[in-house]
Ligand binder design. Structure first.
Ligand SMILES: [Zn+2]
Length: 192
């Protein structure tokens, strides 16, 4: 009898995330959306459930929240459980489609508390979102020791050419503060 390769892997958020999400609240402005991503990142640090990163997906027209994600790399035991990937996977699960493009309620926006890494920029492309909002910069993350991988200005140009609008540096100061707090608390740097 060989090994069983009917493997599964569950992607989820820590229980506390539910307390910060409310379907009756809308997030009309880019700042509103980013603030939620940053709040989730901060709570993830303060509660010790993961790295200092948060993300969320919203309907553009109504500002309604679709899904959220916090970094779960250590908690879930996979280097791929970045906040953006968690939020995107949960959004796909919520709308019941492998892409958010052309889905009722769309177009959709992804807010990330930090510039996405190489993997997450790819995930943004395949997610079907139409807009990407970023808080802290790549430099802010790498100053802490986090490796963002091969991300170039051309990567953003490519996203834009594929119809994904990108806004960077949104509430950057607040997003940076979360990264600093994580460093000050001695949180692990878990590059693959
Ligand atoms: Zn990432």
């Amino acid at each position: 009898m060989g090994p069983d390769f009917r493997q599964t892997m569950e992607v989820n958020n820590p229980e506390w995330v539910q307390d910060f999400l409310d379907a009756s609240i809308s997030y009309p402005s880019d700042q509103d959306k980013m603030r939620l991503a940053i709040v989730l990142a901060r709570e993830n640090v303060m509660r010790g459930t993961g790295g200092p990163f948060g993300a969320a997906v919203f309907e553009e027209s109504t500002g309604a929240l679709v899904s959220a994600g916090v970094n779960g790399v250590v908690r879930l035991g996979t280097g791929t459980a970045h906040a953006e990937v968690v939020a995107i996977m949960l959004a796909h699960g919520t709308v019941g489609c492998h892409t958010l493009r052309g889905v009722p309620g769309g177009p959709f926006t992804l807010a990330s508390s930090c510039d996405p890494c190489a993997m997450c920029l790819g995930a943004v492309l395949w997610s079907g979102v139409s807009r990407l909002l970023c808080g802290a910069s790549r430099d802010d993350a790498s100053a802490l020791g986090f490796d963002e991988g091969p991300v170039f200005e051309a990567s953003y140009d490519y996203l834009k050419s594929r119809g994904v609008a990108v806004v960077r540096g949104l509430l950057r100061g607040e997003a940076q503060e979360v990264l600093r707090r994580y460093r000050d608390l001695g949180g692990p740097i878990y590059n693959g």
